[in-house]
Design a protein around this ligand. Sequence first.
Ligand code: PEP
Length: 256
Amino acid sequence: MTRGLVVGNWKMNLDHVEAVHLTQQLVSVLASRPAQHVDVTVAPPFVDLRSVASVVEAERSLISVAAQHVNDHESGAFTGEVSVTMLRRLGVATVLVGHSERRSLFHMDDQLVASTLRAVRRGGLDAILCVGESLATREARDERSFVRAQIAAALGALEGHDGVTVAYEPVWAIGTGQSATTTQVAEMVDEIRDEAARCGYAAARVLYGGSVTADNAAQIATEGRVDGFLVGGASLKAESFAAIVSACNDCYAERR
Ligand code: PEP
């Protein structure tokens, strides 16, 4: 049986001083409420990564550190970008790949998602592949084939069978306060598991992301049959993030 996974995506929030503060709060709240069945990861902005990793190391915390993005090249003339090797040397274990904000705001198409995923896995880091349909795609009832195509384009380009988690994040649910229903989540999770298995990733964990809060996490975890969450807004406060971790942990404790 796999362990759950809850990931906090801090996006472009918190400078390194604020990031250290939130990490210290998280370490302390998670130490008082241990989540035995769930892995916990935070994804701060690039400039905070070393500070956050230092706190985690100093406190001997099990929280792991992820980056929100990476360039698909090893090194070279790519002003403003960072490489997988640079991240690994900072203590980063995981990289988010193809978040919808990267896809829509920074022209990350399926091809670039695939080459970035390849670079992350080649460099020995784990990846969280983000997929999800727009509202227009869902209204056209094309969401299943759309998400399957995103997964096939990304996983089809890989050679291995592990080290990738898939996060289902419907674009219309991100940061809107309107999460997907548990039925919508469960249906898409089945679809994603099937497509991931077809691509050789039968054991990949599947997360849900999109307006997850301390109030809806338990129900989505149980009825949506997810392995955990990718959390944006609610990950910026230690209490709400820890409550989501607890909800996921309780769900896993019951599944055992
Ligand atoms: C996200 O950014 O991946 C996300 C799910 O954001 P939010 O939880 O704020 O909807």
